[in-house]
Design a protein around this ligand. Sequence first.
Ligand code: C5P
Length: 328
Amino acid sequence: MASSRLKYLSLGVLVFQTTSLVLTMRYSRTLQAEGPRYLASSAVVVAEVMKIFTCVLLVFKDHNYSMRALNSVLRQEIAHKPIETLKLAIPSGIYTLQNNLLYVALSNLDAATYQVTYQLKILTTALFSVSMLGRRLGVFQWLSLLILMAGVALVQWPSDSAPVPEKEALSAGSQFVGVTAVLVACCSSGFAGVYFEKILKESKQSVWVRNIQLGMFGLVFGLFGMLAYDGERVKESGMFQGYNTVTWTVVALQALGGLVIAAVIKYADNILKGFATSLSIILSTLISYFWLQDFQPTGVFFLGAILVIMATFLYGYEGKPPPNPSRA
Ligand code: C5P
């Protein structure tokens, strides 16, 4: 009962977090910024630090605010179990690679193609859940995943009134590089998410300790990335150049995202995470329309939204009728 409450709570917080992140990012783009823009590579590092810090606080709370207990848990579970800790280097490394691939993709594709193609991760996640976790999906569930994918793709379809790409048409070669990068990112997203889910569900280890392990590697990879891409700029103006209140909000929401995704993977699963993020895309688009007035929903958008909502109900539908007798 309690875990079912946590499942819906974590999914609800994910919808809230994704929606506010999209809106804040959109808002930050409409702001007239003075001075240098903040470095994206620095934002990644700061978000990792925030995540680790919050997870340490959560472990501290779980041990009745005892410094001694915290110290011993961190030492026993992280320092004294190097193999267990190293296991988290895999999803962490893959996520770092993924973030870079998405950057390559965005530089070679228009935003709409990128966003629409990236929805294939809904299917790769399902395929990895079946092959790595032995999860069984019924016909309705596979169907609902296809509908979900199509729905999110339509929701993100550019409207006719959208301005023609400002750059000259992207070359076929660059399209190919972009699409390949997104397809690899779809596989890495599915694999890393399901791998983390497997680690979480196979051991009794607290999700927050696991997240500290993940974050430690993320921090190391992120620091390398920052020095490699922006080393010169960091030396010149520091890693916090261009930070303002909105930047801090975006970074905090990104850190919160990592924490909520971990909770969703623990209490629900990666497939449900796909539904939560799809619903939040619709929600943020609608809020953006009513509040920021920077978006004009089209018929295609509404069709996509209806498909996403239908898929969500269809996915939950099969679990309720006659229980599967062969279920272990
Ligand atoms: O697109 P996708 O859903 O795969 O993105 C997941 C994101 O969540 C990645 O950017 C990854 O860094 C982040 N994440 C995290 N902590 C976790 C799991 C994922 O920060 N425990």
